[in-house]
Design a protein around this ligand. Structure first.
Ligand code: C2O
Ligand code: CU
Length: 545
């Protein structure tokens, strides 16, 4: 029998030196709609109990002065210490390595000077664990997560989610990976341990003292960056500026996360070797697929099988981000105004994101499995709204981003944002109505909220849409003719075969998704994972009834 939780809880208080462990019921910010909810914290001893503090600290990123960052620091209070792997000299939070079915308890201690809350991106969790931005706790408080990992094996992640300051908190360094394994995956001979490499890509800018620079420049530039998104001048890998991956001549499993606020990546090996993709947001594909390059937008993950067998010792292979057409903001035209260059790494140009050094011979020869997992495909005919997708149009209205004309409000749920527990639905996101137009900018009123053709200009923006509480399947993509040409080169890098929780919509694009809601009732959000857009309202609630 598992022993009662009350003892370990008191122990935790002692270990953590925390005066009060706040539960969601008692530690909500005033005025939010969640007051009165009581967390069902189970009495059993969890498989893993962790204290995760968000702290202000400093790390050495560039040579010279250390950089002030915000970061998660973790400590295992109970369970296998190797379930939490810190990345040395990085601001990134510890990597969780857990198994499906495990019971996890995490005490999040907010030692920042402002409110925050953690969202477990991609995990299937009840509302209070998810956690909706309304659960943000004030500085000095603790929020306890207590949940079972029901997700299949995959590369998930965690980051802050307080409304209006997600972009700055992530930019300051708060983020980490949450890797799940399961029995199905364990039957495969995939590269493991030192050959299973997480790679988190993020862009950051620094000043002359090595401190992070976020939105800067003149007032107009700042305003535009807030609306469109921030691009940094350096690509950091796992929080490091000079990251190089030393490999042996054998196969690796590379788990890639784009943890940038806004930057999209179009990843390709410099020598034209196709990428072998074995997994997406929600875990392994059924079978490996090849792509000439892979698009990876903020929030998305992709897993690669990278075999360096046959490469020359001493050689170097670069992973590049290839040019995006029509969506880079540096120097582009916006609503008739020439925008200043805001980054030395425009998305419209090619740049290196990862250097791989082939350093050592290996005799290990793993074969890429032909079959990786079983994915039960949803049938459109099983959806309760097969003929009438639930449609959400992305638009900018009055300097804020919106979905179906509505911007985020903490507790608002419109009639078309209510779904039934356990139901299978078709959702459609639409990025063709004045998507990135500076519609009603002061003095630049384009007066064009009607979705007519002449607003579909090159200033349309891309939006990676993320839905909490589900993993979905991509049913169909279509693109407006005016955008087809650029879209075709980008869409060759989509990997739509597997489970997804974040889907990129390029300008002019519509995407239909099949998703089944869980049995946990409550309020969840869906939003653009361009964090500047999210903070500027491109997020809405949906309620499971
Ligand atoms: Cu990764 Cu709601 O976010
Ligand atoms: Cu967006």
């Amino acid at each position: 029998m598992r022993k009662s939780h009350s003892v370990s809880r008191r122990e935790f208080l002692k270990i953590a030196g925390v005066g009060a462990v706040g539960l969601a019921s008692s530690k909500l910010l005033p005025g939010l709609p969640f007051v009165g909810k009581v967390l069902a914290q189970s009495d059993e001893v969890p498989d893993l109990e962790v204290q995760l503090r968000a702290v202000e600290s400093e790390v050495s990123i560039l040579s010279g002065n250390p950089t002030q960052v915000w970061m998660y620091q973790g400590e295992v209070l109970q369970g296998d210490p190797s379930s939490l792997q810190s990345i040395p000299d990085s601001y990134l939070g510890p990597i969780f390595r857990v198994r499906q079915g495990q019971h996890i308890r995490i005490h999040f201690v907010n030692e920042l000077s402002e409110a925050s809350i953690i969202h477990w991106h991609g995990l299937l969790l009840p509302e209070a664990m998810d956690a909706h931005p309304g659960y943000a706790i004030a500085s000095g408080e603790t929020y306890t997560y207590d949940f079972e990992v029901v997700n299949r094996a995959g590369t998930y992640w965690y980051h802050p989610h307080p409304h209006g300051s997600t972009a700055t908190q992530v930019y300051n360094g708060l983020a980490g990976l949450f890797i799940v394994s399961d029995d199905e995956e364990s039957t495969l001979s995939l590269p493991a341990n030192g050959y299973d490499i997480p790679l988190v890509f993020q862009d950051r800018s620094f000043d002359a003292d090595n401190q992070l620079v976020y939105i800067s420049g003149g007032m107009m530039t700042q305003m535009m960056t807030e609306m469109m998104g921030f691009l940094g001048d350096n690509i950091l890998v796992n929080g490091k500026a000079d990251f190089e991956l030393d490999v042996e001549t054998r196969a690796y499993r590379l788990r890639l996360l784009n943890g940038s606020n806004f930057r999209m990546l179009k990843l390709g090996w410099e020598d034209g070797t196709p990428l072998t993709v074995i997994g997406t947001d929600g875990g392994l594909l059924e079978t490996p697929v090849e792509r000439p390059y892979v698009t990876l937008s903020p929030g998305e993950r992709v897993e690669l099988w990278a075999d360096f067998n046959g490469r020359t010792i001493g050689s170097q292979l670069l992973l590049k981000s290839l040019p995006f057409s029509g969506v880079e903001m540096g120097g582009m035209m916006m609503g008739g105004m020439e925008m200043p260059e805001t980054t030395t790494l425009p998305q419209g140009e090619e740049y290196t994101v990862l250097k791989v050094n082939i350093v050592q011979e290996s005799t290990e020869t793993l074969t890429l499995p032909e079959r990786l997992s079983t994915i039960q495909r949803y049938a459109l005919s099983d959806a309760i709204n097969a003929d009438a997708p639930r449609t959400f149009e992305i638009a900018m209205i009055n300097e804020a981003w919106s979905l179906n004309g509505r911007t985020f409000q903490m507790d608002a749920v419109a009639d078309d944002e209510i779904v039934q527990a356990n139901s299978l639905e078709v959702w459609e996101f639409v990025n063709v109505v004045n998507g990135g137009g500076m519609g009603n900018m002061p003095g630049h009123d384009m007066g064009n909220m009607g979705g007519n053709d002449d607003v579909m200009t090159e200033d349309q923006m891309a939006h990676p849409m993320h839905v909490h509480g589900v993993q979905f399947q991509i049913l169909e993509r279509t693109v407006d003719d005016a955008f087809r040409e650029g879209w075709e080169t980008i869409s060759a890098g989509y990997v739509d075969e597997g489970w997804k929780d974040t889907v990129l919509l390029m300008p002019g694009e519509r995407v239909k998704l099949l998703m089944r809601f869980g049995s946990d009732l409550g309020l969840y959000v869906f939003h653009c994972h361009n964090l500047e857009h999210e903070d500027l309202g491109l997020m809405r609630n949906y309620r499971v009834e």
